[in-house]
Design a protein around this ligand. Sequence first.
Ligand code: TTP
Ligand code: MG
Length: 374
Amino acid sequence: MVSSALVRVILHVDIDAFYASAEQSMNPSLRNKPLIVGADPKEGKGRGVVLTASYEARKYGVHSGQPISQAYKFCPNAFYVRPNWQLYENLSNKVMTTLKAFADKLEQVSIDEAFLDVTSKVANYDDIANLVGAIKNAIKQETGLTCSIGVAPNKSVAKIASDFNKPDGLTIVKPNDVASFLAPLSVAKISGIGPKSQKLLEDLGIRTIGELASHQVEELAKYFGKNGVWMCNIANGIDRSDVVEYYERKSIGAERTFEEDIGDYRIVQKTLDMLSDEVANTLKNEGYLFKTAGIKVRFADFYTATRARTLKDYTDSKQILSTRCRDLFKDFEKDGRRIRLVGVRVTGLRKVLPAQKDLLEWIENDRSSIAPNQ
Ligand code: TTP
Ligand code: MG
């Protein structure tokens, strides 16, 4: 146990070049080679973007988000592969399960990164290297992947630290070293300060986190409101936010009991549409996709029936959900009994992680330029 009850030990773990390393772990002939995961480059004419590149390809200036045509200019001889979502999801799950065993609390923040609170697992900050070594070994053994780890007394510093030395890095920032670690770094290193805020800060003469830390908080609050106070705290190494365990929902549902039992099934169908909308809104708000749609029908005599169907792909589409529910209701269309209650429920849930959300949107917008290989 770390001596002071107030000092926490937080790890931020981020897999190196995740999609590219995942491909390399499956296909040894791609290892140690420039490898680009993303759209088809079509000899420089391809549309779409680079999702990620191996560190060997990054040497040529290739990076995430870059147009694939530009990557092709920089590195025509790289190996180009289309994304294999199922592989990344499986490996991500393995990574998270492996990490969980080492942590008091684990918060997954994207497909390849997580915060771990390990305060009770180590005696002091000098004791951390052993734990981190064990974590790196376990991930390597379970998935073939390497990761970079930042250790610090809070989440924001741990996140900056994991990015400090990549790939296969380890950066430990002891409580007494937080200020000197942060001071020379660009404000852009703070997760939550984007290019817009960076520019505004520059107008105030603030480029480094040290400059931000010593700036008058009142002036920051004037420019950025609450955010100004937040960024000043972060720059001063103050971040009390907890590592929050994910609560994974198993299902999302909604149901309606009619005031009077309903004989007109068109009303029941309309109610199913409304419930589908409700469920789809919850899915979107909470960031879930579903794979199985189900309905429940309770007749006036309290006889209750359910029907469910599993789709080919995960989705959060309102349209697909309501169409499925209407299809499922066809089984009861000829029943004739009055209906007392109907419900819609989706199961087979999967959390949409922020990185995946971008990707889903990207695929949606740009289906023509890639052919996912699954
Ligand atoms: P990152 O962890 O940001 O990147 P990375 O793991 O590829 O490389 P690093 O060694 O710097 O951590 O993102 C994880 C995965 O998310 C990445 O492999 C591909 C995907 N991704 C995108 O699809 N679009 C993006 O803009 C970024 C940044 C990542
Ligand atoms: Mg990563």
